[in-house]
Write a protein that binds this ligand. Structure first.
Ligand SMILES: NC(=O)c1ccc[n+]([C@@H]2O[C@H](COP(=O)([O-])OP(=O)(O)OC[C@H]3O[C@@H](n4cnc5c(N)ncnc54)[C@H](O)[C@@H]3O)[C@@H](O)[C@H]2O)c1
Length: 443
């Protein structure tokens, strides 16, 4: 495969540099002048070389790291993409062990949802390969621990950014993926005010790079990807249905997910890619995301530190349709199983392909103070609460999913209520972060 980045950076014909000659030369000066001219030429070439090297290095580090404005990926070990050993690992990970099994590329496989779904697919005999850039938006050691768990189940995660065309092309060279489960994204609502470009990088540019790869693959995979309940934005009508308006996002995160729905629609329309968008509602559970409230509250309550609880206008408590990870996993797997085929090949559409969007929620919103009192009960410790009125920080007052469509078409039926799910989370938290003597580990 050609080294794309290098070719783009170094044009085959570098610009010519014309050295001005004075109109009249004295013969005696000619030698000196020639010498000066050639020194000057060399100096200019050296300058050009330094400039090119500097720009190459900065762009190369941009390409490799997945962008200067995203968190630096922290590699566990030096990773070489390609080569017989690498390909063998990929093939073994992608091996299907059941009749009519799927072969799935899971992006964001070292993440919370990605690691759970990858494991579930592998356990039922599907072939699974992960890709993740291991960025340090939150504790990378947790991502590495998820990776280790997946590795013991023969799921291999390639360390790479979804913006890296070469990594994606190489993966599709080695495996004819039937499905792509796209979960890699810059998550988090409030953080978008701090680092907006990381959302554009992963949720927009990365999505397009991935879809470009999928559309030109032959065979084309079906794409199932994570949108978000945040697309309902400032809507007040509850519960939220898929047919409701989604044009009033309250955060840049929500706006990038909404853009993702429009972008995937285009690829479905032009190239015949089968696309299913899943609007997840506040997913929680073991191996969860440390930046989410239920997780950080657990940590702070255990450590006797204060927690900040946001409240809406008129002192109204925020409420979330908390959805347990096992229910989300079942929804993702059902979406993959029912996705229907992409119709195009090699970038050409051959007929209409499915384009679907589903809410995956729990249909039982719970207020944040109720969630906190459950944590206090399980942790046997009172929280030090600091209640703050929400100041347009990207949060919405409530979320509530109507899941009739997913129930009807995917057989989706959430089974875990918040009390049961949070207990499982706290049990996991204590087993992961606390040793037998009650001392903190894995911090
Ligand atoms: N957890 C929730 O409550 C929730 C709710 C709605 C939507 N979602 C969506 O579900 C998906 C999974 O969320 P999660 O909670 O597991 O988040 P997560 O942050 O744990 O997982 C995302 C993973 O993607 C990786 N990643 C990010 N940018 C990447 C890039 N450019 N290239 C390669 N890898 C990259 C990260 O390293 C991370 O491991 C995301 O798309 C998220 O937006 C999650």
């Amino acid at each position: 495969m050609p080294p794309l980045e290098e070719e783009q950076l170094f044009p085959s014909t570098p610009g010519k540099i014309k050295i001005e000659r004075p109109a009249h030369h004295h013969p005696m000066n000619r030698g000196i002048h020639r010498c000066f001219a050639s020194t000057f030429t060399m100096f200019l070439w050296a300058l050009l070389l330094i400039a090119l090297t500097a720009s190459y290095l900065s762009i190369q580090s941009f390409v490799d790291s997945g962008g200067r404005y995203i968190h630096r990926p922290v590699p566990r070990h030096h990773v070489i993409i390609g080569g017989p050993h690498w390909e063998k690992q990929i093939r073994s990970s992608a091996q299907i062990h059941r009749p009519h099994g799927l072969s799935v590329l899971v992006t964001g496989a070292a993440g919370f949802v990605g690691s759970h779904v990858a494991l579930a697919l592998k356990k039922r005999g599907d072939g699974v390969v992960g890709v993740d850039n291991f960025n340090d938006y939150y504790d990378v050691s947790l991502k590495n621990a998820r990776r280790a768990l997946l590795e013991t189940n023969n799921v291999f995660i390639v360390e790479g950014d979804i913006n890296n065309v070469r990594v994606l092309a190489k993966l599709f060279d080695v495996v004819a993926f039937t499905h792509v489960l796209h979960l890699a994204a810059q998550a988090g609502v409030r953080y978008a005010m701090e680092n907006p470009h990381s959302y554009v990088h992963s949720n927009i540019a990365g999505l397009v790079t991935l879809l470009e790869q999928c559309k030109s693959a032959d065979p084309q995979p079906a794409v199932v990807w994570a949108s978000s309940s945040s697309v309902y934005g400032l809507n007040e009508k509850a519960p939220f249905s898929e047919s409701d308006r989604t044009d009033r996002p309250a955060s840049l995160y929500a706006a990038t997910k909404k853009a993702g729905e429009a972008i995937t629609h285009t690829y479905n329309h032009i190239y015949g890619l089968s696309v299913t968008g899943l609007r997840f509602f506040t997913v929680y559970g073991p191996w969860g995301r440390p930046d989410m409230a239920y997780f950080s509250f657990t940590k702070n309550i255990r450590n006797g530190k204060p927690i900040t609880i946001y409240r809406g206008k008129n002192r109204v408590d925020l409420a979330r349709d908390f959805t347990y990870i096992d229910d989300i996993v079942k929804g993702c797997v059902a979406a993959l199983d029912t996705s229907g085929k992409s119709t195009g090949s090699g970038g050409k559409k051959r007929g209409a392909a499915p384009y679907r969007i589903y809410n995956l929620g729990n249909t039982a919103p719970v207020t944040v103070p109720t969630m906190v009192s459950l944590l206090e009960k399980y942790l046997k410790k009172k929280a030090k609460k600091r209640v703050v009125t929400m100041l347009g920080n990207g949060d919405v007052p409530f979320t509530h999913a109507n899941i009739s469509l997913a129930r009807r078409e995917l057989g989706y039926k959430p089974e875990t209520d918040l009390a049961t799910g949070l207990k499982k989370f706290v049990d996991w938290y204590e087993s992961y972060y606390v040793d037998d003597h009650g001392m903190p580990v894995n911090y």
